[in-house]
Design a protein around this ligand. Structure first.
Ligand code: ADP
Ligand code: ADP
Length: 229
């Protein structure tokens, strides 16, 4: 099964009596283990698309399967369950809890899943090890560099072993060199674990490192360099 299969998805936002059509019929298939960059001008619909792929929201019309499951008809609880089982998120802003250790930040998604404490700590420690931060487990985010904070966030995104990692401008708050280090880690994890990676970026160099680029414009996929067979 593909990791993601969207067929003709649209998303309307009602706005002051008129309807803004943020997505106007997007079809997109992303296979297990792919590495895809989504690019396009501001306002083209990238965030809306990522929210739909991440099961934070449902399409207005069309079919969207995430991890083989149809998301479009689900109620909020079922959508959250699908999201928690399937998706890991990485944000531009890192979105770490400032007052708790790197280890506790990484373990947090497992709390929501009811994983017992000892197992949570073991899995969080293993995830931190995979991003090269085993030695930093007891540091708080404020005691870490930006690149280290984003690596903690990547470990948190992967601790639940999602099939799909969605990253919204993951290098947007990092200097060029640190951004490349973070990209190298994402690329290695993609190869090692087979997690599909979909990232939104304005950085052309970052986009060029992906094997496939999906260009979004005016709510449509304008160009896709790697439509799988
Ligand atoms: P991008 O991420 O490429 O900048 P967005 O998905 O954020 O694009 O936005 C696509 C279009 O939908 C834009 O015209 C934007 O103004 C509109 N839009 C996005 N979110 C909302 C919302 N919550 N309410 C109304 N319009 C929205
Ligand atoms: P930024 O572009 O500055 O990184 P964020 O990544 O913090 O912005 O947020 C992007 C979008 O994802 C926002 O609409 C926010 O509400 C949503 N979001 C952020 N964190 C979570 C989360 N843990 N669960 C669900 N939605 C989230």
């Amino acid at each position: 099964t593909p990791a993601i299969e969207a067929v003709g998805i649209t998303r309307d936002y009602p706005l002051e009596g008129v309807t803004v059509q943020a997505l106007r019929g997007v079809s997109l298939r992303i296979d297990e283990g792919e590495y895809v960059a989504v690019v396009g001008p501001s306002g083209s619909g990238k965030s809306t698309l990522m929210h739909l792929l991440g099961c934070l929201d449902r399409p207005t019309t069309g079919s969207l399967k995430v991890g083989g499951e149809e998301s479009s008809g689900l109620d909020g609880t079922a959508l959250a369950s699908l999201r928690n089982r399937t998706i890991g998120f990485v944000f531009q802003s890192f979105a770490l809890l400032p007052r708790v250790s790197a280890l506790d930040n990484v373990a947090l998604p497992l709390v929501y899943r009811g994983v017992p404490g000892a197992e949570r700590r073991a899995r969080a420690a293993a995830a931190l090890d995979r991003v090269g931060l085993a030695e930093r487990r007891n540091h708080r985010p404020t005691q870490l560099s930006g690149g280290e904070q984003q690596r903690v966030a990547i470990a948190r995104a992967l601790v639940g072993e999602p099939r799909i990692l969605l990253a919204d401008e993951p290098t947007g708050n990092l200097d060029t060199r640190t951004g490349h280090e973070v990209m190298a880690i994402l690329e290695r994890l993609n190869v090692e674990s087979g997690v599909a990676v979909v990232l939104v970026t304005h950085d052309l160099e970052v986009a060029a490192r992906a094997r496939r680029q999906v260009h979004v414009r005016d709510g449509l996929v304008e160009r896709d360099t790697g439509v799988p067979a």
